[in-house]
Ligand binder design. Structure first.
Ligand code: DP6
Length: 397
């Protein structure tokens, strides 16, 4: 059997300036530009292997060990665009094998539970598009390829780069200028850390696609956000990243999360993504910043109750004096810290915080969080020798 293979990993990204609202649903064009931080892949990533060959009879997709339909319009749009670019390449060189006419096997695995409600679609579509672009040996730049990932899921376009990434909304009606670009590589500001507090959710949230559509249709606050607030913040946040201005970056991040959730509340009927635990986490973050009289932590929330806390490595002990003290019963700490280091956080709490502040440990808050994931800024998609497909049969391993 003649088969050709490619594999890649792709990261999760968490927006610090939120994408919320589409001006074109089919092309997945946003109503505003957005910015995100790409997270390290040892903790959160999608690995995707693809293969093609003249003898394959169907397009096939296997996600986390389960065969899934490829019928969704979004996935079809991605495959169509990738095959079109490959066809252009084949037209320019008659010796190239006709990949554009052959079927594809796509096998994908996340290294984190999909149920955690983390942005798996962004990493998933980014990995799918990058793996096929690699298989097809497409000469286009990552920004060009990001336009295809965008059609799969808007936020996926930002997962094509590591570090600090902007999705420029663009102005063209055909979406040709709506793409991801690098604001700064990971190495520019490598001390950016993230602690994800996975908040237990009792029911399924409104999917972001339908949620944002309802916001565009019904929220007056949203109009102001898109007209004035986000365009201003987009420039300010890029500058704060380039200048490594942490207090400004942190303030904009928190304000933009709050602004996004305010437009959700202003949607009619309203959409609630944050729950009581999320709100208590916001209060705790402000309490921490007030205690130290400096910005130690910035929170952000997507279309669900999970909190992502950004902080700089140099402030780790200050933050975790509070956060570890509050959430020490939650699992996830031991993967990144030795018991000695964890004991230091408690010591810092006892000697610095408890001395000056009557801080009450909220057991209910701790119970609302099921897991902590400690991670940091990371690189973009990575080539890998790992392959999820059997090279002899073209079937999932
Ligand atoms: C709140 O990218 O999941 O996470 O384009 O419809 O697939 P679709 O939406 P999606 O929306 C993400 C919304 C967000 C903010 C963000 O990531 O910028």
């Amino acid at each position: 059997m003649t088969l050709y293979f490619a594999s890649t990993t792709a990261p999760v990204n968490i927006a610090t300036l939120k994408y919320w609202g589409k001006r074109d649903k089919d092309l997945n064009l946003p109503t505003n530009s957005s910015i995100s931080v790409t997270l390290a892949q040892d903790d959160l990533r999608t690995l995707t292997s693809v293969c093609t060959g003249p003898e394959l009879t169907d397009d096939k997709l296997v996600l986390n060990g389960k065969e899934e339909s490829l019928a969704s319009e979004r996935t079809q749009n991605c495959l169509k665009d990738l095959r079109q670019l490959r066809k252009e390449l084949e037209n320019s060189d008659a010796k190239l094998p006709k990949f554009s006419e052959w079927k594809l096997t796509i096998v994908s695995e996340n290294n984190f539970p999909t149920a955690a409600g983390l942005a798996s679609s962004a990493a998933g579509f980014a990995a799918l598009v990058v793996a096929i672009a690699k298989l097809y040996q497409l000469p286009q730049s990552l920004s060009e390829i990001s336009k295809i990932a965008r059609k799969g899921s808007g936020s996926a376009c930002r997962s094509l780069f590591g570090g600090y990434v902007a999705w420029e909304m663009g102005n063209e009606t055909d979406g040709s200028d709506s793409k991801a670009v690098e604001v700064a590589p990971m190495a520019h500001w490598p001390d950016m850390k993230a602690a994800i507090l996975v908040v237990s959710a009792s029911k399924k949230d409104t999917p972001s696609t339908s949620g944002m559509q309802l916001t565009v249709k019904t929220s007056d606050l949203f109009k102001e956000r898109v007209r004035d607030v986000v365009p201003r913040r987009f420039e300010e946040m890029k500058k704060s990243i380039r200048e490594k201005n942490w207090p400004l970056f942190a303030e904009l991040t928190m304000k933009d999360s709050n602004s996004f959730h305010a437009t959700c509340l202003d949607t009619f009927p309203p959409i609630f993504y944050m729950n009581d635990t999320s709100k208590k986490i916001i209060k705790l973050c402000h309490q921490i910043n007030a205690f130290y009289n400096e910005t130690v932590v910035a929170y952000t929330f997507d279309a669900g109750p999970n909190a992502v806390l950004y902080y700089l490595k140099e402030n780790e002990h200050k933050l975790f004096a509070f956060i570890y003290r509050t959430f020490n019963k939650v699992s996830g700490w031991e993967t990144k810290f030795s018991s000695d280091e964890l004991a230091q956080f408690i010591k810092h709490f006892d000697t610095t915080v408890a001395k000056d502040l009557d801080f009450e440990i909220d057991d209910e808050l701790c119970q609302g969080v099921s897991k902590v994931i400690l991670t940091q800024v990371g690189p973009g998609p990575q080539p890998t020798d790992e392959c999820l497909i059997d090279t002899a049969t073209g079937l999932p391993k």
